[in-house]
Design a binder for this molecule. Structure first.
Ligand SMILES: NC(=O)c1ccc[n+]([C@@H]2O[C@H](COP(=O)([O-])OP(=O)(O)OC[C@H]3O[C@@H](n4cnc5c(N)ncnc54)[C@H](OP(=O)(O)O)[C@@H]3O)[C@@H](O)[C@H]2O)c1
Length: 279
């Protein structure tokens, strides 16, 4: 039976992917941070492993456990991650370090842990969940988006380096998926919150609210289950394609940028997001 290791199966996209793959008869190992309770809604057939990406060495230890136990999975779906919200000026050095640790360095640890086995076996898929925000940057998501740009760059590098060894690399770029990730990043913040309650420094708050209004106005979000179907299709693609925009808005935005050019797209979104075109 084919096997897949998925990070972050407690909720959202990771949980939906885990459920999808077990129903298709795959052996699925999923990672969680809290071993005290099984994630709600997660199929009982999903095997669980502990992983806290904020702890250095945790991903290496997981790779060793998996290799020693069930052996190298056919697919590693590097999905776990979180969003840090705020103006770049307001995000502290410690917060930057933390998000790079979780969204990039720990992902690399896990990939490095499993890669030699895939390379030697000359098969396997590294599916890296980046983001539409790994190809463009949203104001107040700069810290988060930059980790995803970095993961995109790493994915492209891996694509070149592993192609001769038969290991396929897929960068999964979700647009908008209805999960808890935004609520976790913006606890209590709403588009109609008084501007003083939005956090961050005074200068940015009016723009921050514009951005929240924009965010609240997004009604078209893909369900995690539908996103999982698209991700599974990308993983199953035997070709050498690297990038897969999935879920709401991803493909139209990528296409629009191709036609309009990057700079025009930035100006267009700047007006929508920041409510003005100039300083
Ligand atoms: N939702 C979207 O619209 C969207 C768009 C673009 C990209 N993405 C990307 O998709 C991936 C999945 O996100 P999601 O939307 O499904 O969000 P989610 O429901 O919040 O799921 C994130 C998963 O990552 C885990 N996680 C977070 N920090 C961790 C850490 N330090 N160590 C180990 N696990 C950790 C979470 O575990 P806990 O429950 O323990 O926190 C959870 O299982 C992320 O990489 C995200 O950046 C999502």
């Amino acid at each position: 039976m084919p096997s897949i290791l998925i990070t972050g199966v407690s909720s959202g996209i990771g949980r939906a992917c885990a459920n999808l793959y077990v129903t298709r008869g795959w052996v699925v190992i999923g990672t969680v941070r809290d071993a005290s309770k099984r994630p709600e809604g997660l199929d009982v057939r999903v095997g669980l492993e502990l992983l806290d990406l904020s702890v250095r060495g945790s991903a290496t230890a997981l790779a060793e456990r998996v290799l020693a136990g069930s052996g190298c999975p056919d697919v590693l779906l590097s999905n776990a991650g979180f969003v840090q919200f705020g103006a770049i000026e307001d995000v502290s050095a410690e917060e930057f370090e933390r998000i790079y640790q979780v969204n990039l360095f720990a992902q690399l640890e896990l990939i490095r842990g499993l890669l030699p086995a895939m390379r030697t076996r000359r098969s396997g898929v590294l599916a890296n969940v980046t983001s539409l925000g790994g190809t463009m940057t949203f104001p107040f998501f700069g810290a988060y988006n930059s980790t995803k740009w970095a993961f995109e760059g790493v994915s492209e590098g891996l694509w070149h380096e592993l192609k001769p060894f038969g290991v396929r690399v897929k960068a999964i770029e979700p647009g908008f998926v209805e999960t808890a990730i935004w609520r976790k990043a913006l606890p209590g913040a709403r588009a109609d919150s008084p501007v003083t309650e939005l956090g961050g420094s005074d200068a940015y708050r009016p723009f921050l609210r514009e951005m929240l209004r924009f965010e609240a106005g997004i009604t078209d979000r893909t369900t995690p289950e539908a996103a999982a179907e698209q991700i599974a299709r990308a993983i199953a693609d035997e070709g050498d394609r690297l990038r897969y925009p999935v879920a709401a808005y991803a493909r139209p935005i990528v296409t629009a940028r191709r036609w309009l050019g990057g700079q025009s797209m930035m100006r267009f979104f700047h007006r929508r997001w920041m409510g003005s075109d100039s300083g």
